[in-house]
Design a protein around this ligand. Sequence first.
Ligand code: MN
Ligand code: MG
Length: 651
Amino acid sequence: MKARLTWPTTIALAALSAPGQLLAESNVQLRILETTDIHVQIVDYDYFQDSPSMTSGLARTAALIQSARAEVSNSILVDNGDLLQGNPLGDFIARQRGLQTGDVHPVYKAMNQLDYTVGNVGNHEFNYGLDFLGQSIAGANFPYISANVFHDDGDDDPDNDVPYFDQYLIVERTLTAEDGSEHDINIGFIGFVPPQIMQWDFSNLRGRITARDIVETALELVPRMKAEGADIVVAIPHSGLAAIDRRGMDENATYYLSQVPGIDAILFGHSHRVFPGDRYADIAGVDITKGTINGIPSSMPGFWGSHLGYVDLQLVVSDTGEWAVVDGIGAVRPIFKRDGQDIIPLVEPMEEILAAVQEEHEATIEFMRTAVGEITVPITTFFALVRDDPSVQIVTNAQRRYVERIILGTEFEGMPLLSASAPFKVGGRGGSGYYTDIEAGEIALKHIADLYIYPNTLRVVTMTGAQVREWLEMSAAVFNRIDPHITGEQELINPGFPPYNFDVIDGVSYAIDVTEPARYDRGGNLVNADSHRIVGLSYAGKPIDPEQVFIVATNNYRAGGGGNFPGMDGSNIVIEAPDTNRNVLADYVFELRTVDPSADGNWSFAPISADVNVTMISAPNADKALGPGSPIEKIGVDSEGFGRYRIRFGN
Ligand code: MN
Ligand code: MG
């Protein structure tokens, strides 16, 4: 049987195999190319910004594919999934136009031109349901694999489980050796998806499929692939690289796969990161110069087509057809580089790819401006810092609905759930026009992009009642202290405090007493330990229990420590959802169609008994969002074009 040879052994064998001798051996190079996490980003275009992109698009990666192929005698191309969902083109096809029998999804109109050998299924492939997934991949001119997904037969007997996809693929290829001779090889490919799909897409998948542990599946199947004739085995896990101990059902299992005997190369993905890369330098067994994990050549090429990944294997084949891997490297090539603030493209898009999806691309740009739902009240950010506001409420409502779903069947089901978000486009350095302003009625994806401008991903953290209070105290540092003894004008908003750090937490109710000094400064330092601005904090109609444990929906920025909030350093993240908050919001509108984003009034300012003169700035036309009886009134326009407003504090 084939052995894993070391270089000295190879040289020794080669020395013996002079021309004319029986023991002959040839050196063969094989390059395996990978795309991953394309997320429907075929065209180099940012649909949310409505402008060209030089940092994304398979059309650009395709140019790298062509040149990387041209350099070598033997190459093979694989895709590692998260292909069908994640940008407006994906939503347009799945939610608006649909796929009729025989329709080819635009991603395959593009990819079918690139001679892929195999595709692996990513977690996001399940987002639009199994039927859409089946219709979509039917249009691929290459096969699909996924080893750890099974039909749910409901009998709790794993022995009779039927795989939902082909678990692996063994293809025969003729490779050209360095000496020009040709040799047949059987290349085995095995794909994996995080078993967390059962949590993330519970409502689509429950009762229909089940998912198994990636490593257990590999340990069972790799020997079977070898027995069926695979000369080498290439793993394509849609699964990241983590340096933590294996716990079973791991989301990021690539490290453990590198320790599974028989796997010769790993083309991975899912994390949207780049391997080899500095962030992985300190993991034991990882060589970021060579691109290996425990000696196994490996690659992860970013996301949205930002990079092409590849592994170069050096093989030897004996005259009896025995193959051995003697060395290999993993690497990536980017489609752009940064030069300070500038982005320098390193390739041009491949015209054939652009042409293949031109109709769908143009329809998607139109779709961005097309109503996907309706809102029953206007959404503006003019006064989102000074009153409970639909622009934040619609986000917290959407997050809550999403989290309620993904915790079904988990240890978090039934726990008290809160939802936090902040206003984003609220003037400031963006100027007097930098506000969200959406009228009641039709709402389009461009509005959703405007409401949630950051590409954050959803996170869930655990927090005690006491920690929730501190979170809100930090938010409340956006306000200057209002002195009730001063009769002159006092500006309410501290312009040095980023408005995106003014988190509103829905699910609790509270008032903010701005006559107290801020408890924290903007760096999260406790500067007034005796001061409390948050008053009357209650949950379910009762004063909050400082010991009670809550789960709180937020984003990766806040949960990871962004904004220096007390108690937030990433350690209390309990769910890392695979979806962006913006996508959570879009899905909320897609599903409800008619959305009432009215603020529930869960927070307000504590009344001030003195007659204070408190002002703020907003858009010059923001007064259109003030109803009769509003405590806010317009008092003028300042020299920078901002409207000036006075706020009454309900004394
Ligand atoms: Mn992805
Ligand atoms: Mg609210």
